[in-house]
Ligand binder design. Structure first.
Ligand code: ADP
Ligand code: MN
Ligand code: MN
Ligand code: MN
Ligand code: MN
Length: 381
């Protein structure tokens, strides 16, 4: 596969991805931009965009490095470092923080052979930084790898216009006139931002992520994309790359992406990140027994789990899990079949086929999928 990549002679930075949506303003830069993007590059120069989660635990950062060859695997991507004091990850007097490449994706902005490199972050003393939850997640998933853990993740998010009001909502702080139930999977005047969703979908599939699909969400201006079904840590890796691409593509539209669990207050729907999970035993005959066992364990540790199911201590998620808008309460855990008011839902097919998977509906839109996958996978240790 790597050899095939090398043979591709097109070494132009494409303009296609920059014009797939309707640009809000046609600045003088845009008309000159194409010229630079079409400059032919030497054969032995590959752009690598290193991306990582910063000290906030939700915002991502990136910086570019020119490589001398197409990286076939992680061993061909050099380790790197950055100024952690400018990202909330280190003190000024001891600021060098390490970037350790952990997964490679194709770059949908510059296209083949250029790459995006998802990185873990480490302090100068070699310990993981406080927001590097990937290393622990990978350890736990390795321990249960013979059980073949699969994840499917549903990321909801809200698009804000540059005036910091949701996209498609009336200006001057007005509220949508149509009922929220017309927005879910809606069309026409009931939704806003489809061009961005389409660009994002194509960029995700191009990158090599296991992008599963998308839909308009209940609140106008909010959407969802799904990852998976994917085995092991790739689901969480892909989710972070999907977030990165979404925020990058939103730049072209002048749109701001929010993953906040309750962005518009108590009268409007929340933003979640459902995690679907199964192991081989759940997918086999009478798998429902294992599904029910895991549901019980998850509910038993509910209170400590909730601290990991949203940004920092997960407290903002309390605003979302009120029992309204297809959620359960923040303080109690209950699981049920086909119940969208449950904390953990077993899809209806689990009742009829007595096997399948579970859907943990508790994680907030701004959760770290590495923390959530760890919490779920630990039930199978
Ligand atoms: P809904 O909105 O009804 O919850 P979605 O289609 O948005 O449904 O999401 C379903 C998710 O379940 C997808 O991400 C899919 O990958 C995942 N999924 C389906 N089957 C399994 C399975 N056996 N194990 C883990 N995840 C699964
Ligand atoms: Mn510098
Ligand atoms: Mn969904
Ligand atoms: Mn949803
Ligand atoms: Mn769901």
């Amino acid at each position: 596969e790597c050899t095939r990549d090398k043979k591709i002679s097109v070494r132009f930075l494409s303009t296609e991805n920059y014009t797939c949506g309707v640009s809000k303003t046609e600045s003088p830069l845009n008309s000159h931009f194409k010229h630079y993007l079409q400059l032919p590059l030497p054969e032995d120069k590959v752009f690598a965009t290193y991306i990582w989660i910063d000290g906030s635990g939700i915002t991502m950062r990136s910086k570019d490095k020119i490589l001398e060859e197409v990286p076939c695997d992680l061993s061909m991507v050099p380790k790197w470092s950055f100024d952690g004091s400018s990202t909330g990850q280190a003190k000024t007097h001891n600021s060098d923080t390490y970037l350790i490449p952990s997964a490679i994706y194709k770059d949908p902005f510059r296209k083949n052979p250029h790459v995006i490199v998802l990185c873990e972050t480490y302090n100068g003393d070699g310990s993981p930084t406080s927001t590097n939850n990937r290393v622990h997640c990978a350890n736990i998933l390795n321990k249960i790898s013979e059980q073949e853990p699969w994840f499917g993740i549903e990321q909801e998010y809200t698009m804000f216009d540059s005036d910091l009001w949701p996209l498609g909502w009336p200006k001057l702080r007005g509220y949508p006139v149509t009922k929220a139930r017309y927005s879910y999977c809606g069309i026409g005047e009931h939704i806003a931002g489809r061009d961005l969703v389409e660009c994002h979908a194509r960029a995700c599939v191009y990158s090599g992520m296991n992008y599963g699909g998308s839909n308009a969400e209940v609140m106008k201006g909010s959407w969802e994309f799904q990852i998976g079904t994917t085995s092991g840590i790739k689901a969480a890796d892909d989710l972070w790359v999907g977030r990165y691409l979404l925020n990058r593509i939103a730049e072209h539209f002048g749109i701001i992406i929010s993953y906040h669990p309750k962005p518009m207050g108590k009268d409007h729907p929340g933003i979640g990140c459902h995690h679907n999970f199964s192991v081989a035993k759940m997918r086999g005959d009478e798998g429902i027994k294992e599904i029910e066992r895991v549901c019980k364990v998850l509910c038993d540790k509910h209170n400590t789990t909730m601290k990991k199911y949203g940004l920092e201590d997960g407290e903002e998620n309390r605003k979302r899990l009120t029992g309204k808008f297809e959620t359960a309460s923040f303080d109690n855990c209950k699981w049920g079949i086909a119940d969208r008011g449950a904390s953990i839902r077993l899809p209806r097919c689990v009742a009829t086929e007595r096997k399948g998977y579970l859907e943990d509906r508790r994680p907030a839109g701004d959760c770290d999928p590495y923390r959530v996958c760890t919490e779920i996978a630990e039930t199978c240790l």
